[in-house]
Design a protein around this ligand. Structure first.
Ligand code: ADP
Ligand code: TRP
Length: 320
């Protein structure tokens, strides 16, 4: 089984990235060959400063490795080290209906927010389809926001296969419902674009500040509280053991336990569970040559696969 996913280096990694994508990928890497990459071509649709892009690219690489992606099992690489995907994007775009891209929520949301779209933003899902199809991926672990893009990929692959013969494996998204949408401090989806995120590797002071900003209802200390509708609880449950989870649930239902207490407990459990990742990241950051070497090795492997798929697609289309 081939597992594939990517993260754009367009800002700091946050809890949504970890629970929605990185953690499922660390579990899936035990079941098959995982291809994980840093989507720096995609990031060009929002990051225009080359210094920032390089730094964020390094950050995502360190993040994957620190959070448990095992380079002995998984293939880790930069998207741009496999330029075959850009050629494949063009081939795929010839079977991609305009309407399919016009219906994409993420494109519509961005334009609705006033972002002036360029062609890359519009064509973004076709590049994502090329990422997935180039490696004949079976499973794509992502958060719910990316589900539609994987469906677009499936549509493109089916259309191509119908027209030119069986070239591509049809992938399945893998979305863990319990973590499909990790809430941000304002209760909306946690996202780099909403400024409501808690960083995975942020410093302690900043992390505490963000935890204290989590929006709650206005119930007083003595009131009975509902864990099911509370943003603090929603984040707490991601980190807590089953025992800690039940104990917190009881405290909410019993009353006499304030949101300030819950935030403090969340901050503590978060720092505790993230500590090994932070330590690993600090160690890896000391050895950029090692990380670069891994990325190069990963790219060579990924490229070999992408070349094979591209050759098949070209031949099927009569470009050979
Ligand atoms: P952002 O929305 O912050 O820009 P990305 O689009 O770079 O995040 O997401 C990278 C991966 O992390 C994707 O698989 C995405 O689905 C997942 N992800 C991002 N935010 C969340 C969230 N709040 N909950 C669950 N998964 C998320
Ligand atoms: N679009 C994805 C995101 O913003 C990143 C991405 C690019 C990706 N190519 C991919 C994810 C292929 C999964 C598979 O999160």
């Amino acid at each position: 089984m081939r597992i594939l996913s990517g993260i754009q280096p367009s800002g700091k990694l946050h809890l949504g990235n970890y629970f929605g994508m990185i953690k499922p990928a660390t579990e899936l890497q035990e079941q098959g060959e995982a291809f994980l990459f840093i989507a720096n071509y995609h990031a060009l649709t929002s990051v225009t400063d080359p210094v920032v892009l390089r730094e964020a690219t390094r950050d995502v690489a360190l993040g994957y490795l620190a959070c448990g992606i095992d380079p002995a099992r998984a293939v880790l690489f930069r998207q741009s080290d496999v330029p075959e995907v850009t050629e494949l994007t063009w081939l795929l775009s010839t079977v991609t209906p305009m309407g399919l891209l016009q219906r994409c929520h993420s494109y519509k949301d961005k334009t609705a927010k006033g972002i002036k779209p360029n062609h890359a933003l519009f064509a973004y899902p076709v590049l994502m389809a090329a990422d997935i199809l180039a490696y004949q991926s079976n499973v794509v672990p992502v958060g719910r926001d990316q589900k539609q893009h994987v469906e677009v990929t499936r549509d493109i692959a089916v259309k191509f296969n119908e027209q030119y013969g069986e070239v591509f494996t049809i992938p399945e998204p893998e979305i863990r419902e319990s973590v499909a949408v990790v809430p941000g401090v304002d209760g909306q989806k946690m996202s780099k674009s909403y400024n409501n995120y808690i960083e995975l590797f942020g410093d302690e002071k900043e992390t505490k500040k963000m935890v204290m900003r989590i929006v709650t209802d206005s119930k007083g200390l003595e009131d009975v509280k509902d864990p099911a509708t509370c943003n603090v609880f929603a984040l707490y449950r991601l980190f807590a053991s089953p025992e800690e989870f039940s104990a917190m649930e009881e405290r909410y239902r019993a009353g006499g336990y304030g949101y300030g207490d819950a935030k403090k407990a969340l901050f503590e459990v978060m720092m505790d569970r993230l500590a090994p990742f932070r330590k690993k990241r600090d160690e890896l950051a000391q050895d950029p040559a090692y990380v670069e070497e891994l990325l190069k090795k990963g790219a060579a492997k990924a490229r070999e696969e992408a070349r094979k798929t591209l050759a098949k697609a070209r031949e099927a289309m009569g470009i050979d």
